[in-house]
Write a protein that binds this ligand. Structure first.
Ligand code: URA
Length: 234
């Protein structure tokens, strides 16, 4: 990995600040001055100001995010953050975002490469949401969600949608625009009253402590499992 990423992962400084340390000649790799384009492997010896940089272990945390917690490292309004909540020894950051009032699966890691890959639209990582909505979505509304909805930042990509109850929609997306689920459901006439992410990148919440989110028993199982709408559950 690049030297700045290595330093950031080791908790020395952010990538940008690490670049400054490198440019200032304060970083050596195997005794030689590091450069901005230096790549570092597991066996390399990295020092800053002559002091060895301890390797940081990679950490991956799956959080069942409760409502009322923001998905940032710091909140100007002083609300609790997901980073406060996990209070991990490594500087883990959330991969992507959930709105403050959204509950569910959120991955936090200090593995910058994985985080970048998971968040990159090119990889179309799967996200499954359960949304309580106003009204009772019809087959037509579900079909629209599947085929693509015109939003102010463009048409949404094909998705999978089904009903978990008369006013509960399960939606599987492969993109992650801001407030996307709420905007899609609003666009088809069913504003979201409560939103939960049950799965992210194949990671489900089973086995994690179920922080209260005030909803009835959810369905277990592999997700929508269909690409076309289905009738309401009995
Ligand atoms: N879509 C939303 O509208 N909100 C979220 O928190 C996640 C996806």
């Amino acid at each position: 990995m690049r030297l700045n990423a290595y330093l950031a992962r080791a908790g020395v400084a952010s990538r940008r600040k690490s670049d400054e340390l490198i440019k200032a000649g304060r970083v050596t790799v195997n005794g030689e001055p590091g450069q901005l384009n230096t790549f570092v492997g597991a066996d390399d010896r990295v020092e800053v100001d002559g002091k060895p940089v301890a390797k940081q272990r990679l950490a991956y945390l799956l959080l069942h995010k409760p409502a009322g917690v923001v998905t940032t490292a710091r909140d100007p309004q002083g609300r609790p953050t997901v980073v406060d909540l996990v209070a991990h020894e490594s500087p883990v950051v959330p991969v992507g975002r959930l709105d403050a009032d959204t509950t569910g699966a959120l991955l936090l890691t200090n593995d910058g490469e994985l985080a970048h890959r998971l968040a990159h639209p090119r990889y179309g990582v799967e996200k499954v949401y359960e949304a309580d909505v106003e009204g009772r979505p019809t087959e037509e509304a579900l079909q629209l969600l599947c085929e693509g909805v015109d939003l102010d930042d463009g048409r949404t990509a094909p998705a999978e949608a089904g009903l978990l109850g008369p006013s509960r929609v399960e939606l599987m997306l492969h993109e992650g625009r801001k407030h996307q689920v709420k905007r899609m459901l609003e666009a088809v006439g069913h504003p979201v009253t409560r939103l939960h992410r049950s799965r992210y990148a194949g990671l489900a919440l089973e086995g994690l402590r179920n922080l209260p989110r005030g909803r009835g028993p959810g369905r277990s199982g592999p997700g929508p499992g269909r690409s076309s709408p289905s009738p309401a559950a009995p």
